[in-house]
Design a protein around this ligand. Structure first.
Ligand SMILES: Cc1ncc(COP(=O)(O)O)c(C=O)c1O
Length: 377
């Protein structure tokens, strides 16, 4: 066994090195751009984590359209990542490109609501089911602000999440469970607060642990994806999310579903298709066709409690909201995406392709008895 592992290791190292050489041969322009960009960007990339992928130098993109992009060396790629769902409906969807061109001549941002505001609200409510909405710039912001609202309206301090979760760079959620204790994730840079003070993490699919924590009466909200999609793919056990809904109601804890990724599972998101009504729901990434935009929705009861909390607070900064969110450009892109791009026909097309991909990959895996499994939400 030992010898086999060594042999596999040697083969893998050999294959990796030959792939790296092949990549460098094919991508001289990307390599040159990387060298130049290093003069002014940390690691030569606009965001440092763009250097985390396995290629010897970052792959620089020239253009993207539909399910393809072209790199600096003019090689065409079929894009299976699609910006981690940001470009889930395809790169540069035509209706979004069209309205952005029109809006670009009529102003980008004013810090005032644009005339399209009621239409965007109606489109969000129509597609996702919840009646009230707020617009933000990223899903990270949406989660961060929803946690604040939850604490403000319940008067409770703690947040319950699942071990292995990722909800963007929201401090409260960047925790791990070590020896049964919730602690700040060791990889965080510049983190000074002990995140375990106000966040508790338990195992996904462990209802008993959830109930134990809710029974303390300290938990303002439970924040989760319907399936964990950022630590591999962990689907919920049958009935798990419905039980979370039932338990959170029983303990007066708010249920927040982060559907930033699971929006891909069906039109309207996973919860709507499963008939589950969360208190808050978060959608990010693709809802403005890939432009930075996100939205959080909430029930009527919550809207009343949120307004009461805001009205009761002294005038001044609420700590919720940013200046560029809800701009004219964002609203225009969001409206076009919701009404012309994220259509039943588009979802039917995507889900049919996903089923074909799943079947093809499973057939391959079965043929080669590889230690891999496939999860399709
Ligand atoms: C489930 C989930 N929520 C929120 C986010 C944060 O999205 P953004 O980076 O656009 O703020 C991510 C990012 O991957 C995510 O996977």
């Amino acid at each position: 066994m030992h010898t086999t592992n060594n042999l596999l290791g040697t083969n893998a190292a050999h294959m990796l090195e030959s792939e790296r050489q092949h990549y460098l041969q094919l991508h001289p322009a990307s390599a040159k751009l990387a060298e130049n960009a290093c003069q002014h960007f940390l690691y030569g990339v606009p965001m440092h984590w763009m250097n985390d992928w396995g290629t010897p130098t970052p792959l620089f993109v020239r253009s993207a359209r539909g399910a393809h992009f072209t790199c600096a060396d003019d090689i065409d790629y079929t894009d299976f990542c699609l910006g981690d769902t940001g470009a889930m409906f395809g790169h540069s969807p035509e209706p979004v490109a069209r309205v952005l061109e029109q809006q670009a001549r009529r102003g980008f941002t004013t810090m005032l609501p644009s005339v399209s505001t009621p239409d965007v609200g109606a489109a969000l409510a129509d597609q996702f089911g919840l009646p009230y909405w707020q617009i933000v710039t990223t899903a990270t912001d949406a989660n961060r602000f929803v946690l604040r609202w939850a604490r403000a309206v319940t008067g409770r301090t703690k947040v319950l999440v699942f071990d292995g979760c990722y909800h963007g760079t929201v401090d409260d959620t960047l925790v791990d469970v070590i020896d049964g204790r919730t602690v700040s994730r060791a990889s965080l840079l510049g983190q000074t607060v002990d995140l375990g003070l106000y966040t508790v993490a338990v195992d996904f699919n462990d209802l008993a642990a959830v109930e134990r924590e809710l029974a303390t009466g300290e938990i303002a909200c439970l924040l989760t994806e319907p399936a964990l999609t950022n630590c591999g793919m962990v689907p919920p056990l049958p009935g798990f999310i419905a039980s979370l809904r039932e338990l959170t109601r029983r303990h007066d804890t708010l249920l927040i579903l982060d559907e930033t990724h699971t929006i891909s599972s069906g039109r309207g998101g996973w919860a709507r298709n499963a008939g589950i009504e969360p208190d808050f729901i978060v959608f990010g990434k693709p809802i403005a066709g890939g432009l930075p935009a996100a939205a959080y929705g909430f029930s009527e009861e919550l809207a009343i409690r949120m307004q009461a909390a805001k009205d009761a607070a002294p005038p001044g900064h609420s700590g919720i909201g940013t200046t560029l969110a809800g701009s004219m450009m964002t609203l225009a892109a969001m409206h076009a995406t919701l009404t012309e791009v994220a259509t039943p026909t588009a979802y039917e097309h995507m889900l049919t392709l996903a089923a074909t991909l799943e079947h093809g990959l499973n057939t391959l895996l079965a043929r080669h008895t590889l230690p891999l499994s496939l999860i399709h939400i």
